[in-house]
Design a protein around this ligand. Structure first.
Ligand code: SF4
Length: 295
């Protein structure tokens, strides 16, 4: 007689709503979702055991000879660490490769958002669209010098204010070039405080342009290219600065110029603002180029 094996299927664990968030509205929503049988990230996190090797960042699958895993022995390592992947990459190299690829991913995401803002900004500056207009010229005049855009002109030996539309177009064109110009360095790095800029200069981490440093991470972290973890981290720093002070900062400044510089105000927020007898359209400010069109 065939033996029947009965396995008990364990019910997945549910997250404690109160311990999951400090936000009271989120706590209520997690509890409500559980009541409705809707699984959330908080419940999934209860049932997901992190990979012990992944946690240490020492699994490499950057080429098809791997994946190479270099777990730390239970008793630790005494003396020289001889762990190596097939290509000779050490645990430090693999951890650095993985980390800087995460920087590349994050920098690409943030900075590509910035690129779309720059495209919209350029079309607004050139008056090619009726949907977006430059609202905050004071902000434009404040940041124009960082891209080397003159705000005054000399007419008959006299210093005069430059045409605002002309400033906007030059700013937009120079901003677009920050993503992929063929030479020089990221101009907007000088938007950072001067001592910080000097520190970066001394360390050799001023980005050339936003995209190039991301591409170089993908190149260098491939098999047989850069095996020096310190050098890899240096490239990660270049890409991070390219994003933080380039793509993301340009996005912030151009959004302020396009939509008006934000100012503090008192308002109701969070899930409680939704009304039962209304059609509630939920948007967020992460992509203001889109939400500006919806609101
Ligand atoms: S790049 Fe090196 S460590 Fe990574 S998978 Fe290939 S051989 Fe293994």
């Amino acid at each position: 007689m065939a033996e029947e094996t009965k396995r008990k299927v364990k019910a997945p664990k549910l997250a404690d709503p109160i311990a999951s968030s400090i936000d009271v509205a989120s706590q209520e929503m997690i509890a409500r979702a559980q009541k409705l049988g809707v699984e959330t990230i908080f419940d999934r996190a209860m049932n997901m055991k992190p990979c012990a090797i992944g946690v240490q960042g020492i699994c490499c699958k950057n080429c098809s000879m791997g994946p190479c895993r270099l777990p730390l022995p239970k008793g630790g390592i005494e003396g020289e660490d001889t762990r190596k992947g097939l290509c000779g990459a050490t645990a430090n190299t693999i951890a650095a490769r993985n980390f800087v690829r995460m920087i590349a991913g994050g920098a690409a995401a943030h900075s590509d958002h910035g690129r779309s803002v720059a495209e919209v900004f350029l079309s607004a500056a050139k008056k090619l669209t009726n949907d977006y207009h430059i609202k905050d010229y004071d902000r434009l005049l404040g940041v124009a010098p960082y891209l080397g855009v003159a705000t005054t002109v000399e007419v008959d030996g006299e210093e005069m204010d430059r045409d605002l539309d002309e400033i906007a177009v030059e700013f937009a064109e120079k901003a677009m070039a920050e993503w992929g110009k063929p030479e020089g360095e990221l101009l907007y790095a000088k938007r950072a405080p001067a001592p910080l800029y000097e520190k970066w200069k001394k360390a050799g981490v001023i980005p050339r342009n936003i995209d190039r440093e991301i591409v170089e991470i993908m190149h260098r972290t491939h098999m047989g290219v850069d095996q020096d973890y310190k050098n890899l981290m240096k490239q990660g720093t270049r890409a991070a600065i390219g994003d933080g002070w380039g793509g993301s900062m340009l996005a912030t400044d151009m959004q302020d110029i396009l939509f008006g510089t934000p100012y503090p105000l008192q308002a109701e927020s969070n899930i409680g603002v939704m009304k039962e007898d209304h059609v509630n359209v939920v948007i967020h400010g992460h992509e203001p180029v889109l939400s500006e069109m919806i609101v």
